[in-house]
Design a protein around this ligand. Structure first.
Ligand SMILES: NC(=O)c1ccc[n+]([C@@H]2O[C@H](COP(=O)([O-])OP(=O)(O)OC[C@H]3O[C@@H](n4cnc5c(N)ncnc54)[C@H](O)[C@@H]3O)[C@@H](O)[C@H]2O)c1
Ligand SMILES: [Zn+2]
Ligand SMILES: [Zn+2]
Length: 343
């Protein structure tokens, strides 16, 4: 089969052997649609130390089960499934607490330490945990982002413990930030504020009614704008989904005292907290690689029309042109948000 392999800091379409079941909780999935994640770009640039050279990239996909291990009882051959970006056993200390990103037997493996989904077929370990059946009324497109980008957006909102009537600012109106806004709506906040330096993305957040207010910090005094909207307090919750030095600083600057700040972004550089300056602001910072444990709920919400992520697919590429798709995605060509790779 053809697969996109990352080796020596470059990507290449190569011929690989078909994956095989090697554990009774494995499944083999025929990939029907996959996507490229900003985290794939972080791997290619060498910012993910645990990534193994020579692996097939990709961890965001939907597909059909074509082979199944003997211990899997909740799925069968022919099932249409959405895949979790994380591998998790469901049984270890961390899994039992819902912290599946730190599963003692898994974590971020697909497309990082083991072969991922930017290939025609993929082996999914602990498939009984990591694959979720797609409801009948949903297409593959409808479900593509459930296991990664949508889960991460939801996770950001959950991490900052957004309460009804509170104000939430989402820094970064990229795919993850837009998903956070879409999820935040369901927590009934009083205001959703989108912040980005890309006006096209801000316009999208406004046009899709995902945010009540949008600000470009390069074109305004962001702290002042936020203060004006929040009785000079600052926002109750911040989701940092931009990942730059400036956005990290902004996250605590626009927060009110005692606010919750969820750092969902992945940084390419160390960040520092000026604790003397912040003393007394009593902020709560939470960081996280997504604990993507809500796939079933998210699919149910999509199925009922409560959340819709179809707008994220701005371009579609056949798998044989995936290298072109990477360039398109990385450089935000034609205002690209996400690409869907077809097989
Ligand atoms: N925690 C997780 O498990 C998880 C999962 C998926 C993605 N991520 C990370 O989340 C981040 C967002 O992902 P994405 O796909 O939406 O990325 P993206 O690059 O498409 O979006 C980031 C957005 O931030 C904006 N931005 C950059 N600097 C800014 C600034 N100073 N102020 C305001 N906005 C600024 C950019 O214009 C862009 O629109 C990435 O770092 C990605 O690696 C984390
Ligand atoms: Zn990802
Ligand atoms: Zn586990």
């Amino acid at each position: 089969m053809k697969a996109l392999v990352w080796e020596n800091n470059r990507i290449e379409l190569k011929e690989k052997n078909l994956p095989k079941i090697i554990h009774p909780r494995d499944a083999i999935v025929k990939v029907k649609l996959s996507s490229i994640c900003t985290s794939d770009l972080h791997i290619i640039k060498g910012f993910v130390p645990k990534a193994k050279s020579g692996i097939v990239l990709g961890h965001e996909f939907v597909g059909e089960i074509v082979e199944i291990g003997s211990e899997i009882k909740n799925l069968k051959i022919g099932d249409r499934v959405s895949a979790n970006c994380e591998t998790f056993c469901g049984e270890c200390y961390f899994c039992k607490k819902g912290f599946i990103n730190n599963c003692e037997n898994g974590g971020w493996e697909l497309g990082c330490t083991i072969d991922g989904c930017q290939a025609e077929f993929v082996r999914v370990p602990y498939a009984d945990m990591g694959l979720t059946k797609i409801p009948e009324n949903l297409s593959y497109e409808n479900a593509l982002f459930v296991g990664d980008i949508l889960a991460s957006g939801y996770f950001g909102v959950e991490l900052c413990n957004l309460q009804k009537g509170e104000t939430i600012a989402v820094i970064g109106a990229g795919p993850v930030g837009l998903c956070s806004m879409a999820c935040a709506k369901n927590f009934n906040p009083s205001k959703i504020i989108a912040i980005d330096i890309n006006n096209t993305r801000l316009k999208k957040a406004k046009d899709l009614n995902l945010a009540n207010y949008t600000f470009n910090p390069n074109e305004c005094d962001i702290e002042k704008e936020i203060k004006n909207l929040t009785q000079y307090r600052g926002v109750d919750c911040v989701v940092e989904a931009a990942g730059s030095n400036e956005s990290f600083k902004m996250a605590w600057e626009i927060a009110r005292a005692n606010a919750n700040i969820a750092i969902v972004a992945m940084y390419e550089e160390n960040q520092t907290l000026p604790l003397p300056q912040m003393y007394g602001k009593n902020l709560v910072f939470k960081t996280g690689g997504v604990d993507a444990i809500h796939s079933e709920e998210l699919l149910d919400m999509i199925s009922k029309g409560i959340i819709n992520t179809d707008f994220l697919i701005t371009q579609t590429y056949p798998f044989k042109k995936i290298i072109e798709a990477y360039d398109f995605f990385e450089n935000h060509k034609n205002d690209c948000l996400k690409v869907a790779i077809t097989y």
